[in-house]
Design a protein around this ligand. Sequence first.
Ligand SMILES: NC(=O)c1ccc[n+]([C@@H]2O[C@H](COP(=O)([O-])OP(=O)(O)OC[C@H]3O[C@@H](n4cnc5c(N)ncnc54)[C@H](O)[C@@H]3O)[C@@H](O)[C@H]2O)c1
Ligand SMILES: O=C(O)CC[C@@H](O)C(=O)O
Length: 527
Amino acid sequence: MLRVLITDPLSDQGIEQLTQAPDVEVIINTGLSPSELLEAIQDVDALLVRSQTKVSAEVIAAGKNLKAIGRAGVGVDNIDIPAATSNGVVVVNAPDGNTISTAEHTFAMLISMARNIPQGYRSTVQGEWNRKAFVGVELNHKTLGIVGLGRIGTELSKRAKAFNMNVLAFDPYLTEERAQKIGVTKATLDEVITSSDFITVHTPLTKETHHLIDAGAFQRMKDGVRILNCARGGIIHEGALYEAIQSGKVAGAALDVFEVEPPGEHPLLTLPQVTATPHLGASTREAQENVAIDVVAEILHILRDEPFKNAVNLPSIPPELVEKLQPYQILAEKLGHFASQTTHGALDELTITYSGELADWDTSPLTRIVLKGALSHYLSEINYVNAPHLAKERGVRVTEQKVSKAQGFTNLLTITIKTDAHHEHTIAGTLLNGFGPRIVKIDQYSVDLQPTGHQLLIHHHDRPGAIGRVGTILGERNVNIATMQVGRADIGGRAIMMLTVDKEVPKKLLEDLEELEEIQAVTAIDL
Ligand SMILES: NC(=O)c1ccc[n+]([C@@H]2O[C@H](COP(=O)([O-])OP(=O)(O)OC[C@H]3O[C@@H](n4cnc5c(N)ncnc54)[C@H](O)[C@@H]3O)[C@@H](O)[C@H]2O)c1
Ligand SMILES: O=C(O)CC[C@@H](O)C(=O)O
């Protein structure tokens, strides 16, 4: 049974998907203290959170069975991603489900700030009728500066244009072509800062964006500028914003997020120019349903070893590529696993050559899988999330090569492995239409082998009787040979036998085979 722990409030629709899954046990435990979380995480396969639960390195390390962390929403700054990666835990989020809600919320805050709606409401319910104190500004022809033109920034720009605003956007990944398509003006950060009447941030909180809008930036802004943050507390320096409002430079600020949440008795909240909401950007029925459904579907895919798309600590793969590469997954993993079992010593270098149709695709996901296969011989806690990280940590040099010719095959995946004991082996495999994965080459020998079960790779001299003697010894010890292939470099020279046997071959039997005069080496390989 797969155990999924939910520690933040999640929409019922998402939870239902889990409770209806016959292979899943759902544990809902919200509002846990850090020590309670350390206890609760111990034997679960997946953890589902929103933004409240702090998923620290300690929490991840305590999750001995933890395979996936799902974030019902976009921002994953409450999750220690490097710790998840090195522990082989996939982190998935639900990046699309709350985009519209957050863009609408930001726009709602923008209009209400321009027209002093919260201030006017507060005054009116207090019995005042003060029409002079709350004179606002129009949005028409004003400039909105957007920092971060991702999903939310883009949706916001559409709403701003509908109100006849000029939109300036700064995003390091924004091309001129995309800016034109969206209908915004591509700008530098400085242009956004110096030319906007309203400035809104929609970036993630990273080392680069932390305090991106600081005292220096406020000084360069237009007098009477209005500021919005519906992304993450910390992108705007709160102390500098306070000073800029006090000095009259900034006419208003609308904040949905704070550096520390809840902000408590925050100085900014004492200022009448500041309107605030308690991190409500994604708080609509629709957004919460969307993100819960999306993230639960992803978690189920991961736990069931099915393809998934929204991993934060894995590069995203376009669906059409997932479809193309999926049939190669078993081949890639088995080849990696095979190659590592044929060598002695610590893995030093791994060269993966993609030939034929494979040469035209982005094969980096297959490289992860080859690495996982190769390293699983050495490391038990390996998966395709942490495989590149663990390979790098151990100093394994990984090289990918692409060759359009595939030696007569439509596709060919070749792995060359070198160890510090100067062992080098090459193994190649292909995907045969209708027949699945096949190993077709071991070093210089051509073979045709299904990469499955217990295998014996025997290096020997090509002499009469050698094959018979191996068969006799195996038969005497009750080891049944299912298939056998022989390959040789030249008559009477070096040769290999590749045997598929029905059970694991005991070490003593391997040693006895090696005692035979014609035999040079015997390696048991489990695939
Ligand atoms: N208030 C809420 O409830 C709420 C809801 C959803 C998302 N969010 C937050 O909103 C933010 C944006 O979400 P999104 O879904 O649009 O994300 P996104 O990934 O689609 O967009 C982020 C954009 O920021 C850009 N960016 C990164 N670093 C930058 C930098 N230094 N300067 C300028 N641009 C930079 C990226 O290129 C990207 O285009 C995130 O921080 C997310 O956590 C808040
Ligand atoms: O869980 C929430 O409501 C906040 C979500 C939001 O901050 C996000 O980054 O997706």
